[in-house]
Unconditional design. Structure first.
Length: 232
């Protein structure tokens, strides 16, 4: 699939020099980012934003003569969360294919020439005929079974909240507050976080999420941190 200006991409930092960050763009080769596009305002510590081999979500600013210009500062917390979630789901699909096909890399490459991996399998759930383009009859039977089980298996619930601390040890304390099993928590920027829980049905997922939020609320009180649910 062709990369377009304005798209969000997952990148790996490969090299940092005085004025430019060199990045490997997943599925699209190399790109560059000038320091002014790392963050708004003065950057006191560049390593807070980029470091070698760190994965970051960037926005494509310009494509010219095969050179791709990228920006980190123009990516919102919500956009970052969506891209990372997509990456996680793609990794799950690749692992699934590895259990069915001996060498899935070629098939994945062929699929990605026309679709994103996630979109392909979402369409295939509604139109199984699509699978015949890339897979054998035996592989299709296995894929259909796994995909159906995955769809029926888990339900996800999510909320957003704010958590901040003015303590000298605020970062350490926030990490302790958010150390909760069975839920996924992502930082969105500006003291905002998303929290999600999965279960076989929405009732059980909600129960997990409510319990985790109560834990965060109680721990925040103990440490004099500020906690607020911002989306219900």
């Amino acid at each position: 699939m062709e990369l377009k200006e304005g798209e969000l991409v997952l990148c790996t930092v490969k090299k940092i020099d005085k004025t430019t960050i060199f990045l490997d763009i997943e599925d699209y080769g190399e790109g560059g980012m000038v320091l002014s596009e790392v963050a708004a305002g003065r950057i006191r510590n560049l390593r807070d934003y980029v470091s070698i081999n760190k994965k970051i979500v960037c926005k494509v600013l310009k494509i010219e003569n095969n050179h791709i210009e990228l920006s980190l500062r123009r990516v919102t917390g919500k956009e970052k969360e969506l891209v990372l979630d997509k990456h996680k789901r793609e990794k799950s699909l690749i692992k699934m294919l590895e259990t069915i096909i001996k060498n899935p890399a070629l098939i994945i490459k062929e699929i990605k020439e026309e679709y994103s991996l996630i979109n392909f399998f979402e369409e295939a759930l509604n139109s199984p005929e699509l699978l015949k383009k890339f897979f054998s009859k035996e592989e299709i039977e296995k894929l259909t079974k796994i995909l159906t089980e995955k769809t029926d298996k888990e339900k996800t619930v999510k909320k957003l909240f704010k958590l901040s601390s003015s303590s000298n040890y605020g970062l350490i304390e926030i990490k302790e507050i958010l150390n909760i099993p069975e839920v996924e928590i992502n930082y969105l920027g500006s003291s905002k976080f998303s929290i999600s829980a999965k279960a076989k049905d929405f009732k059980e997922a909600n129960k997990k999420l409510t319990s985790a939020l109560e834990h965060i609320h109680n721990k925040a009180k103990q440490k004099n941190a500020q906690f607020e649910i911002i989306e219900k």
